[in-house]
Design a protein around this ligand. Sequence first.
Ligand code: SF4
Length: 217
Amino acid sequence: MLSKKQTQQAVEIMGKMFPNAQPSLDARTPFQYMISVMLSAQATDISVNKVTPKLFRDFPDPQAMAAASKTALQADIHSIGLYRNKAKHMKAASQALLDDFNGVVPSTRAKLMQLPGVGRKTADVVLADAFGIPAFAVDTHVTRVTKRLRMVPQKATVLEIEQRMMKLLPEDLWVTAHHRMIYFGRYHCLARAPKCEQCPLLSICADGQQRLGLKNK
Ligand code: SF4
């Protein structure tokens, strides 16, 4: 397993590789950001950004989205995977915001997770990117990268990854590290064909060394 120092150095190197790593969802308000993150489950941010301009023109706030028909919501997001379920959750979450939070998106994880369709990852991304509150969200890229680099145990759950990374990294690096790891996973340490030969982290990456036959499995 990588030490705390090695983990922080790895994140620093990822920052040099991807100096512009930042949130890629387009949204103007915490509400719109929350909806965008809900839509991004099992979908790319690019595909979400294609549908949200019309969606947020039609239904810009919780009032409008709660009053919308499911059919109208589905029509705006039908190109996104799982759109029926997502439309249902968007409407229900909007209604819950009106009923329980005066129409304002809450800024704590516990309250966010009370909303239909908002899990821990969505809550963490909203906290970090809409409110600037330190959180370390774990998605598929972060899971793959932290496991390949042995920052976390191979069998670690999403929650265990989050907790271990928050121990390994200083709080002021949580949000930045999350974005760097997403870029690193999306463009370099790809799921099927990681670019190990040209990876600046190869010397500390057990997975990469095994792939290249530099280390016994
Ligand atoms: Fe990913 Fe390969 Fe780099 Fe390891 S050496 S971090 S597996 S690209």
